[in-house]
Design a protein around this ligand. Structure first.
Ligand SMILES: Cc1cc2nc3c(=O)[nH]c(=O)nc-3n(C[C@H](O)[C@H](O)[C@H](O)COP(=O)(O)O)c2cc1C
Length: 459
């Protein structure tokens, strides 16, 4: 039997002792906050984290995870089931590919539908359109995910990914539709960024489509419903299979951002496939300073300590770190060293850029982070830089301007074990992950690779 989320949070906040549910906020969140009052003193929050009882926070024994080191290749019991292994045994790779092809055809209608509604969608405000997209996914996603050919599957940081194409953070900030995204064909969904307390983000408008540039500028500012809502929602699906990473951030007005990340690590570790530490959003002033060497070391120590306190060793999700593309060579070397030293599961390269290549759209002067096609070359170069700096000792997730199978393949050949996208979904529609997977199968064959894993870093 799984414990009720609030009861679990009570135990978290009360050093493992049960208290009545109505008085139990999330770890580090005090009563006044629950009622919409001021945030807790960071020292109190950290004290709660440091003192709490590790074994009390583990839910139903849902995941078997081994805290991975660099290059570890381990199967996780809940993502590669006995039945999937049995199916692999009896069904050949060509048969799997054929089944996948049929699934694509059956989803052809979705692609046609999207091309029909896209002009209307693009006439309304970008943020409203995003809200509609979330609702459509909730209502219309297929009943189950495609059966991917084994050549697309890989194990990264101890997690079995059925295909390498993930949904990047920011699309599903509150963890509302991770399973719908997986059923649409994404091999993983990263929800967030989620902060300890709910926050409204920056004033609207704050999201802009740069149609001529196939790009997006956003200055959302970590708008999200906060940790409590996310925990309740994600705990409800915690026994469902599928890779769902949780991207964690700090509140804008926090006086102790490290404490915020530690709170988030503690709360999310028991329900995340992996934790993504986001210190690279350009829309929270000062956040990117956490990428500096000494700040980053302290931050990761706090996150890892909080994660370890929340889960017994076999159930600890790996920690991924998401970096900006706007980094100097010395920063890249320092981050790579720290990532190896702290045995991070992966580096996610990269977030949006504050740089502005030549753009055509009327929105080109908007402030915020730029994503989509104009970010592609910069993100590809940063991935190469991190591959060189890490020497392949840490897995890399390539993000930024990936819009088709060729882009994804180039990122994989440059060293990415996995890729993610967001902006291209706006332009290409919800079938994009399946299209990229199909293209990757063809590109693997063309270039003589038997699997994605074999092609990583082969350029
Ligand atoms: C509207 C929007 C919101 C985003 N919000 C987040 C976020 O909350 N956390 C995060 O780590 N990245 C966020 N991102 C960055 C994306 O995850 C991704 O790193 C970036 O957009 C580059 O990928 P793309 O070119 O495929 O969009 C956001 C991006 C967009 C466009």
């Amino acid at each position: 039997m799984r414990r009720a989320p609030l009861a679990r949070l009570n135990r978290l906040a009360n050093n493992g002792k049960s208290v009545p549910a109505k008085t139990g906020p999330a770890a580090g969140l005090c009563e006044s906050q629950k009622k919409g009052g001021s945030r807790p003193k960071p020292e109190t929050a950290i004290k709660v984290i440091k003192n709490s009882n590790a074994s009390a926070t583990s839910p139903s024994g849902r995941r078997d995870r081994v805290c991975p080191g660099p290059g570890d290749l381990l199967y996780k019991r809940d993502t590669v089931s006995f039945w999937e292994r049995l199916t692999d045994f009896f069904i050949s790779q060509p048969q799997r590919e054929e089944a996948f092809e049929q699934h694509l055809m059956s989803r052809y209608a979705t692609a046609v539908l999207y091309s029909l509604i896209k002009p209307a969608l693009f006439r309304i405000d970008a943020e409203k359109a995003h809200g509609l997209a979330l609702s459509a996914l909730r209502l219309a996603a297929p009943a189950r995910a495609p059966a991917y050919p084994p050549s697309l599957a890989s194990v990264v940081a101890g997690i079995a990914f059925p295909n390498p194409v993930g949904m990047a953070a920011g699309f599903d900030k509150d963890g509302e539709v991770p399973d719908a995204l997986l059923r649409m064909g994404f091999g993983s969904a990263e929800v967030g960024s989620i902060t300890p307390l709910p926050q409204a983000g920056n004033p609207r408008p704050r999201l802009f489509r740069l149609v001529e540039d196939r790009a997006v500028i956003n200055r959302m500012g970590f708008n999200n419903s906060g940790a409590q809502v996310a925990v309740d929602r994600l705990e409800a699906r915690a026994d469902t299979s599928g890779v769902v990473g949780i991207n964690i951030g700090a509140n804008k007005d926090s006086t102790d951002r490290v404490a915020d990340y530690a709170i988030m690590a503690k709360l999310m570790a028991p329900i995340a496939s992996y934790l993504a530490v986001n210190i690279s959003s350009p829309n929270t002033p000062g956040l990117r300073a956490l990428q500096d060497e000494s700040a980053l070391t302290g931050l990761l120590d706090a996150v890892i300590e909080a994660r370890d306190a929340a889960c017994p060793p076999a159930k600890r999700p790996p920690v991924f770190l998401k970096v900006a593309p706007d980094l100097e060579p010395a920063d890249i070397d320092a981050i790579a060293r720290i990532a190896i030293d702290k045995r991070l599961g992966a580096l996610i390269v990269s977030n949006t850029t504050i740089s502005r290549p030549a753009l055509a759209s009327v929105h080109k002067g908007e402030s915020g982070g730029l994503s989509g096609a104009p970010l592609r070359d910069l993100a590809q170069q940063r991935l190469r830089d991190f591959r060189k700096a890490t020497g392949g000792a840490v897995a890399l997730v390539g993000v930024g301007g990936i819009a088709n199978a060729e882009d994804a393949w180039a990122r994989i050949r440059a060293g990415a074990s996995l890729v993610q996208l967001y902006s291209a979904m706006v332009y290409e529609g919800p079938t994009i992950a399946r299209k990229i997977c199909k293209g990757l199968i063809e590109l693997m064959k063309r270039d003589g690779f038997a699997s994605i894993a074999e092609a990583v870093g082969s350029e």
